[in-house]
Design a protein around this ligand. Structure first.
Ligand code: SF4
Ligand code: SF4
Ligand code: SF4
Length: 254
């Protein structure tokens, strides 16, 4: 049986060098989007970023959820959770409805607003490399070993060991072990995760399979008799928020 692969990112080891960022750009043939990588944001041509919080550097990228909401809400199966772990995307199937963007609890997928035939864009955990038995480009590039790649079960054991062996260095939690049902990106940090811009108000159980159910589970949606209207309200609000973010990003680039 195939073992689920994963990435372990340890913020206590990250020196903010940007090698993972550059390796991702190179591996995915992505153009430069900001001359200062620490100021870049996730966008259609940036699948991972490094953010600085005081003297702590953290990575943001698709979490490759075990039970991914982007997969469950996509009406045409353009998103797929592979047996190996990566959540991948098929642009040929995509309708452009962008439900995936609105439903993602980690606010990851981005859209190519400026293209005639826009695609949804995000990290695909170097699926071709992983399929060939290689590690992801970002893990390979990280000399500090702040980003490592391997079997999810092994990485969980490594993470637990680090928490136990150096309790003073770590906030005692593995982010991604249980959030929204768990993910194939696991994160360790010296401080609580809400201080580093990660979503911490997610349920432990997987977000359900059906769109409306999934939307009810996302924090901020009012559940009850008006669940559908609430979901539509949230979808519209999130759509406008995403469009505004993309517009701001585009204007800072020009
Ligand atoms: S390559 Fe490693 S140490 Fe450098 S920024 Fe990325 S995760 Fe941090
Ligand atoms: S983080 Fe978002 S885009 Fe990535 S797999 Fe999970 S739901 Fe999908
Ligand atoms: S796994 Fe691959 S696509 Fe994802 S951030 Fe790392 S290098 Fe980029």
């Amino acid at each position: 049986m195939l073992k689920t692969k994963a990435i372990l990112f340890d913020a206590t080891l990250c020196v903010g060098c940007g090698e993972c960022y550059s390796a991702c750009k190179h591996a995915n043939h992505l153009p430069e989007t900001n001359s200062d990588y620490l100021k870049d944001h996730l966008n259609a041509n940036t699948f991972t970023v490094i953010e600085q919080y005081g003297d702590i550097y953290v990575r943001k990228l698709c979490m490759h959820c075990l039970d991914a909401t982007c997969v469950s809400v996509c009406p045409v199966g353009a998103f797929e959770k592979t047996d190996l772990g990566p959540v991948i995307y098929d642009e040929n199937k995509c309708l452009g409805c962008r439900y995936c963007m609105q439903a993602c609890p980690h606010h990851v997928p981005r859209y190519e607003w400026s293209r005639v035939n826009p695609r949804v864009r995000k990290c695909i955990m170097c699926y071709e490399r992983v399929k060939n038995g290689d590690q992801t480009a970002c893990a390979e590039a990280c000399l500090a070993e702040a980003t490592i790649f391997g079997d999810r079960d092994d990485l969980i054991e490594i993470a637990k060991q680090r928490l136990a062996e150096n309790p003073d260095n770590y906030y005692q939690h593995i982010y991604g072990l249980e959030e929204a049902g768990g993910s194939c990106v696991l994160i360790l940090s010296p401080v609580p995760f809400d201080q580093l811009g990660y979503s911490t108000n997610l349920p432990k159980e997987p977000l359900p399979t059906y769109t409306s159910k999934a939307l009810e589970k996302i924090p901020g949606i009012i559940v009850g008799g008006g669940a559908f209207l609430s979901a539509m309200y949230w979808l519209t609000k999130r759509k406008n928020q995403i469009a505004k973010e993309e517009k701001q990003l585009n204007s800072t680039k020009h």
